[in-house]
Design a protein around this ligand. Structure first.
Ligand code: GAL
Ligand code: CA
Length: 359
């Protein structure tokens, strides 16, 4: 078990004499991560705090960029050590990681749940050891978060992301009549959905299309595909839509940028000229997503504020680790029910893309 867990730890970096377990795609295991959240660090002073983080899948583009932002926050604070675990899409693995981080004396644990409907083991372990949990990005249901007063959530308002994507698509359809390529007065569209059961997938799918319709666009749904936030899966699904409909798809609403990019890959692989592509919209504003907007392959996206969310999570975790309360952040953030911090989304198109590319 121990061996297995260590293999899950990202490579640790030694910077400024302290330990950071690195994020995302970067690295393999190193010895400095082995003492990660443990109390064995000779450099640890009494005012040093230890945070543990576990993410559902390190290959998720948005999450890996989010963790890069989190690491930057960390670099600014000499008195915080962090270890990051990857749960490899297994809730069981994540449960073991949380127990391990508690044993190793982490002061606060940040959890990006694998299965947002199954946080019981994590909550029970944290509660027993009196270690606060900051859940992030994958929102647990209210009944679970209210099970203990030291459970928190940092994320964004999923409804808003759906509405903004719908508004972007509606504005494009209203201003550019060539989107209705077959001239039938309706927009033939498909939706690319993230994981079944994920709050963002459910809510974005519903609100993006509802908003489009509310804005007066007549629509004709050709189909939808669940592609689990994943670029390659989306490419495969869109390739088969292209086989069925040829240039008949006029709009693609994707729950995230990676799947929108998969759609773009499918059109490129099919050798279709750009004027036969649909208008494609995403959500996230990842680096690759922004580049696709800049290059006029994606018509627009919605910024999922990874910098803001990573900063809020860091500040909340540090505040809790030092014995403080979430209310101390109320000047900076809107706090709901003493538990939730939600950052806003923003619309991105070719007109404001430079602001985001330079972040
Ligand atoms: C969403 C994001 C997706 C994916 C997902 C993972 O907020 O838009 O790209 O990262 O979270 O939970
Ligand atoms: Ca049409």
């Amino acid at each position: 078990m121990k061996e297995h867990l260590w293999k899950e730890v990202f490579k640790g970096l030694r910077r400024s004499g302290r330990r950071i377990a690195a994020t995302g795609c970067m690295l393999a295991l190193s010895l400095s991560a082995l003492s990660g959240c443990g109390g064995a660090s000779p450099s640890r002073t009494s005012d040093k705090i230890k945070l543990g983080v576990t993410i559902y899948d390190q290959y998720d583009t948005f999450l890996s960029q989010y963790m890069e932002c989190f690491t930057k926050e960390l670099e600014a604070d000499e008195n915080v050590d962090v270890v990051v675990y990857n749960a490899s899409q297994s809730q069981q693995t994540q449960n073991s990681q949380v127990k391990k981080m508690i044993e190793d004396g982490c002061d606060v644990i940040c959890v990006n749940l694998v299965d947002r409907t199954d946080p019981s083991t994590v909550i029970d372990a944290a509660r027993k050891a009196d270690v606060p949990i900051v859940f992030f990005n994958r929102e647990l249901v209210e009944g679970d978060i209210s099970r203990w007063n030291r459970l928190f959530y940092v994320g964004a308002d999923a409804v808003q992301s759906g509405i903004l994507e719908g508004e972007l698509a509606a504005a494009t359809c209203l201003s550019d009549k060539s989107i209705d390529r077959n001239g039938d007065g309706k927009i033939q569209y498909i939706v690319l959905e993230g994981e079944a059961g994920h709050q963002d997938a459910i809510v974005r799918t519903e609100y993006s299309v509802d908003t489009l319709v509310q804005k007066g666009i007549e629509v004709d749904k050709l189909g939808y595909a669940i592609a689990n936030w994943n670029r390659a899966q989306a490419q495969t699904k869109v390739a088969s839509f292209i086989e069925n409909y040829g240039d008949g798809i006029e709009l693609i609403m994707s729950n995230n940028d990676d799947m929108a990019l998969g759609a773009i890959d499918a059109y490129e692989a099919a050798g279709m000229i750009k004027s036969d592509w649909p208008a494609i919209f995403g959500i996230d504003g990842t680096t690759v997503g922004l580049e696709a907007v800049r290059d006029d392959k994606m018509t627009g996206t919605v910024y999922n504020d990874k910098e803001g969310q990573a900063e809020a999570m860091f500040k909340l975790a540090v505040t809790l680790a030092r014995g403080g309360s979430i209310d101390e952040l109320s000047d900076e953030y809107e706090i709901t029910d003493g538990k939730y911090i939600r950052l806003s989304y923003e619309k991105i198109t070719a007109t404001n893309i430079n602001k985001y590319l330079s972040r």
